[in-house]
Ligand binder design. Structure first.
Ligand SMILES: *[C@@H]1O[C@H](CO)[C@@H](O)[C@H](O)[C@H]1NC(C)=O
Ligand SMILES: *[C@@H]1O[C@H](CO)[C@@H](O)[C@H](O)[C@H]1NC(C)=O
Ligand SMILES: *[C@@H]1O[C@H](CO)[C@@H](O)[C@H](O)[C@H]1NC(C)=O
Ligand SMILES: *[C@@H]1O[C@H](CO)[C@@H](O)[C@H](O)[C@H]1NC(C)=O
Ligand SMILES: *[C@@H]1O[C@H](CO)[C@@H](O)[C@H](O)[C@H]1NC(C)=O
Ligand SMILES: *[C@@H]1O[C@H](CO)[C@@H](O)[C@H](O)[C@H]1NC(C)=O
Ligand SMILES: *[C@@H]1O[C@H](CO)[C@@H](O)[C@H](O)[C@H]1NC(C)=O
Ligand SMILES: *[C@@H]1O[C@H](CO)[C@@H](O)[C@H](O)[C@H]1NC(C)=O
Ligand SMILES: *[C@@H]1O[C@H](CO)[C@@H](O)[C@H](O)[C@H]1NC(C)=O
Length: 507
């Protein structure tokens, strides 16, 4: 009746669990060596259960597509294999603990689990790993394939053994017939103990080969973790360097503010003088009453209007001066391949090299990783040198502007004295003549005074534009080697290193 074929293996597994024979199942005698099956199965299971360990609580902190994609693929493969392998073990366990006599179903399930795990590498893995070729080349995929080739040998051995055991079970069933009673002796003669040993060996081989896959997973995750930390560090340094950009621009502020305040102070002081002159005018009663006295008052208004004209210039003097900083800020675009690290082809190459998990991956990464940091430092140092040179030049310009400003006072400083002299004249004709001639002289001086303002504004605008150009040229020259040769050269070196390792050094 209920012939318990699989009970043989049941026995072996239960024996291993209880560490003693369990002869109460259909078979009355324990089978030699069966306790080893359960032990081997549990050891294989232990190896399989940790295969995806490294991916479990791993999170990427720096959002780089490359890292996310490679991690996701590795995680998927590890997570896929883990249940496939576990099912192989659990189906062999189920087989062993099943006394139903339904040989084909129970063995069928175990064989299907083996086949499923075995075909993963060809059937399902390529969909996951093929997109990685574009990102990190083939080394990682080859490592996966190699791992599964090793595991495949174990699965193949289990396949052969299970087929052998299944056949033995069928034969034992056939020997006793439907109504016969299966004995230990019959079972032993159809399911030889060497088959049990083979099953143990198959499980041991599985336990021994799964760590190759785990190593591939672990070492790739390790690379991704290093890359992730590196990207965070690099992003920090970029932020510092970009902050440096504004501190370098701030260096220009000193001189810009000095020039601006010299202009403001002088125009303010001239403005005060002129309002005072205008305010005092009515107290010069003779002058105010003279025939051309109103012309004098109008002139004083013309003088003051020049100040308002300067204040109303577009762009304002302050804007013109401030534009100098844009030159520094704009020119940082040259070093963009360093700054925009998300899109940088060189950074990408370095990270791809690292997480490709190829022969020289870590060697090449560590060899070149600090180059980016020194390049970023150089950008700042060069920019500061250019700005320092320009600040020295602008210092001369500031002196020039101050001399120009000082000259402005000459155009009106005698007015008060001259008017006081005229005001002292009591003879009307002489007074009128005095005032008319003053009006005549100061009309021309006022025109010259106005010209000085227009000229001054033009000089400042031109000089600041020239200064901006000089800064740009200086910064671009210092950074051109970066964009045009240093970064491409670094990319080339990384590429050669990835291919040839330490032998790639031709220098
Ligand atoms: C695997 O992960 C489990 C659960 O997170 C943990 O208990 C175990 O120690 C890990 N094993 C290894 C070998 O890392
Ligand atoms: C990560 O980067 C991608 C592409 O740059 C972007 O679409 C996505 O929103 C980012 N995710 C997070 C969490 O920042
Ligand atoms: C044994 O296998 C048969 C057929 O698949 C199934 O119906 C039965 O539930 C199994 N018994 C045990 C104890 O797993
Ligand atoms: C094979 O594996 C897939 C995915 O893990 C699963 O959905 C399927 O049920 C498995 N088939 C067998 C026969 O174990
Ligand atoms: C198991 O063995 C059979 C018969 O030799 C074969 O057809 C099948 O491909 C094998 N399966 C595996 C996973 O090795
Ligand atoms: C593999 O990818 C292709 C294209 O993306 C898809 O059509 C197919 O269903 C995938 N196959 C499996 C087994 O996931
Ligand atoms: C302008 O005036 C302010 C306030 O009186 C003074 O602090 C500053 O040094 C002056 N600037 C120049 C360039 O003379
Ligand atoms: C205006 O008059 C006041 C008071 O008499 C005098 O102190 C001041 O110097 C005068 N202003 C000018 C510009 O002469
Ligand atoms: C007032 O000035 C005008 C223009 O300079 C001159 O022609 C005229 O003679 C002056 N008037 C007197 C009364 O001096």
């Amino acid at each position: 009746m209920g012939v318990t074929i699989a009970a043989l293996i049941v026995l072996s597994l239960l024996q291993s669990i209880a560490a003693e024979p369990r002869p109460e199942f259909a078979l009355s005698a324990p089978v030699r060596g069966t306790s080893r099956v359960g032990l081997a199965a549990s050891e294989a299971n232990a190896a399989i259960s940790v295969v995806n360990n490294a991916t479990l609580s791993f999170t990427i902190r720096y959002n780089l597509t490359l890292l996310n994609q490679v991690f996701s693929a590795v995680q998927t493969v590890a997570n896929d294999f883990q249940p496939l392998g576990t099912t192989v073990i659990s189906s062999i366990n189920a087989l062993a603990s099943n006394a139903s006599g339904d040989v084909d179903t129970v063995f069928g399930a175990a064989l299907a689990a083996v086949a499923n795990a075995s075909s993963y590498v060809t059937d399902r893995m390529p969909n996951i790993t093929t997109p990685l070729i574009l990102l990190v080349g083939k080394p990682l995929i080859e490592k996966f394939e190699d791992s599964f080739q090793h595991i495949g040998k174990a699965l193949s051995a289990l396949n052969v053994t299970l087929i052998g055991l299944q056949q033995g079970a069928r034969n034992a069933q056939a020997a006793v017939g439907v109504d016969g009673t299966l004995t230990s002796a019959i079972v032993s003669s159809y399911m030889r103990s060497s088959l049990i040993t083979d099953l143990v060996k198959g499980l041991q081989l599985l336990r021994a080969t799964v760590p190759v896959l785990k190593y591939t997973v672990d070492s790739t995750i390790e690379g991704i973790a290093i890359a992730d930390q590196y990207m965070l560090d690099l992003a920090n340094r970029v932020a510092l360097t970009l902050g440096e950009k504004s501190s370098i621009a701030a260096d220009l502020d000193g001189i810009i503010v000095a020039i601006g305040s010299a202009i403001t102070n002088t125009t303010t002081s001239i403005g005060t003088d002129l309002s005072s002159l205008q305010g005092n005018f009515s107290s010069l009663t003779n002058v105010a009453a003279a025939a051309n006295g109103s012309a004098i008052l109008a002139l004083l208004g013309d003088y003051a209007a020049n100040l308002a004209d300067l204040r109303n210039k577009t762009p304002s003097v302050d804007t013109v001066l401030g534009s100098l900083k844009d030159s520094v800020i704009n020119v940082y675009a040259v070093a963009a391949p360093l700054f925009i690290i998300q899109d940088s082809y060189v950074v990408n190459a370095l990270i791809a090299t690292l997480i490709a998990n190829a022969e020289y991956s870590q060697y090449c990464f560590y060899k070149y990783k600090d180059f980016f940091f020194s390049m970023l430092d150089r950008v700042s140092i060069d920019a500061r040198e250019c700005v320092d040179k320009e600040v020295t030049r602008l210092e001369y310009f500031r002196t020039t502007i101050e001399l120009m400003l000082d000259v402005l006072y000459y155009d009106y400083e005698d007015i008060a004295g001259d008017l006081t002299v005229c005001n002292g004249i009591s003879n009307q004709a002489n007074l009128d003549e005095c005032i008319t001639s003053l009006a005549d002289i100061y009309k021309r001086l006022e025109a010259a005074f106005g010209d000085m303002f227009a000229l001054g504004y033009g000089t400042i605008a031109r000089e600041i534009a020239a200064s901006g150009s000089r800064l740009k040229i200086c910064l671009r020259l210092s950074q051109s080697s970066l964009g045009e040769s240093d970064l491409p050269l670094l990319l080339e070196k990384i590429t050669i290193c990835t291919k040839d390792g330490p032998n790639g050094d031709e220098e």
